[in-house]
Design a protein around this ligand. Structure first.
Ligand SMILES: [Zn+2]
Length: 236
């Protein structure tokens, strides 16, 4: 399978809160998009892993993904261990993405920053010819980081004004996480609260580039520009 873009995330419902609008936009343009969730959220306060996997499948359809898979690594104790790096590297060789989106390398939840490091190192390993004799080497061309839980200076913002509502619909398919219920109320906002929270974040990043809703990305390398006349984002 040759994917154009693959987002790698720690938990089902992470992508729906971070880069889901961009994935929807790219799928609408005809690109093949995919998501690899590393854990099924089995340490989560609410819902069972089976419920979350079913919800993730529904959300995948809403986000127009060509591929979504859960690697069932252990939730909340995700480690950048050699076995995890190897499994992920072989999966990257199989899916052959040109662009990989990872969580930002800092954050509150250890699974998020471990996924960032694990994802980067797996992308590197995937390109080594001698890693595994049964699969072709493949190294993604571009690695981007999306951040919704960290205070970052974005390298660029994607306009998701036309995709925001569909991303919201995808997130709300996780009924086990976001419906009103007394258990874990402090950690798990209900629908009006999550809508306001994610709306505020997307509005903030959108405002930085003069659009309604935006998703922010960071890249470590300097951006190469071919045509400065076509650059987006008004200066004054
Ligand atoms: Zn998460």
């Amino acid at each position: 399978m040759n994917l154009d873009i693959l987002a790698i995330a720690a938990h089902p419902d992470d992508v729906e809160q971070s880069c889901g609008g961009t994935l929807i936009k790219l799928a609408e343009k005809g690109y093949r998009t995919g998501v690899l969730d590393l854990t099924a959220g089995d340490m989560g306060t609410r819902g069972t892993p089976e419920e979350r996997l079913e919800e993730a499948e529904q959300a995948a359809r809403v986000m127009l993904l060509s591929h979504r898979e859960n690697l069932r690594f252990p939730d909340a104790r995700l480690e950048n261990a050699i076995s995890a790096r190897m499994s992920l590297a072989l999966k990257i060789r199989e899916l052959k993405p040109r662009v990989v989106i990872l969580p930002y390398w800092k954050g509150r939840h250890p699974d998020h920053y471990h996924t960032s490091e694990l994802g980067y190192e797996a992308c590197f390993l995937a390109g080594l010819k001698k890693l595994d004799p049964y699969s072709e080497p493949h190294r993604p061309f571009k690695i981007l980081y999306c951040a919704v839980y960290a205070n970052i200076q974005p390298s660029f913002v994607v306009d998701i004004s036309a995709q925001f509502e569909r991303r919201m619909t995808a997130l709300l398919t996780y009924r086990s996480q976001f419906t009103a219920c007394s258990e874990g109320k402090e950690l798990f906002p209900d629908e009006p609260e999550i809508r306001e929270r994610l709306g505020a974040i997307a509005r903030y990043y959108g405002n930085l580039v003069g659009v309604r809703y935006g998703e922010a990305f960071v890249m470590k390398e300097t951006m190469l520009v071919e045509d400065i006349v076509a650059l987006g984002g008004r200066s004054i």
